[in-house]
Design a protein around this ligand. Sequence first.
Ligand SMILES: [Ca+2]
Ligand SMILES: [Ca+2]
Length: 195
Amino acid sequence: MFRKLFLLLFLIALFLKPILAQENFERNINVQVFDKLSNPYIYPWIGGFNHIQVSEIDLNLDGINDLFTFDRAGNKISTFINQGIPSTIAYTFAPQYKDSFPELHDWVLLRDFNCDGKIDIFTYSSGGAAVYKNSSQTQLSFELVTNLIYSDFLPDDGLNNPINLYVSSTYFNLFYFRNLRGISQKFVGRKFWNL
Ligand SMILES: [Ca+2]
Ligand SMILES: [Ca+2]
């Protein structure tokens, strides 16, 4: 009896050991990496890009727009802080800001749709586009405004005909936003209903 109990406890301990002994890893992007000629790589820990879209946004809320990239291959967000050196292009890789963004996929354009000076998010949603408002106060944050933009495709018939403003997951470049609130009535002759 005791032998069976001991064997059972031994097997349970053997099973739990790899679970309880899981390592915690911490990302360190300060390790320098050199090429074969001993030249240091500037951004060795970014992971590479395949098909990126680039936008500006103030990540650290210092009043200077920083750099946001979205790699459509893998839906990967990368963030860079603008060092703000006059007449110099100088960015620091700052991956800690990517977790402030919601889960995004297919395409992402960062534009200020409500003209409050804070750059917002337009991104693909099923058959259209979703919008997140930049709600940052003391740190970067976003709030979902709509998961699908609707528009009136028959604006002159006196009726409300809201239907999703179709945007492809691939031909996103046809989708262009500029001063959206101010020109919404003129924008391709349609009216947005939920922005
Ligand atoms: Ca900034
Ligand atoms: Ca805004």
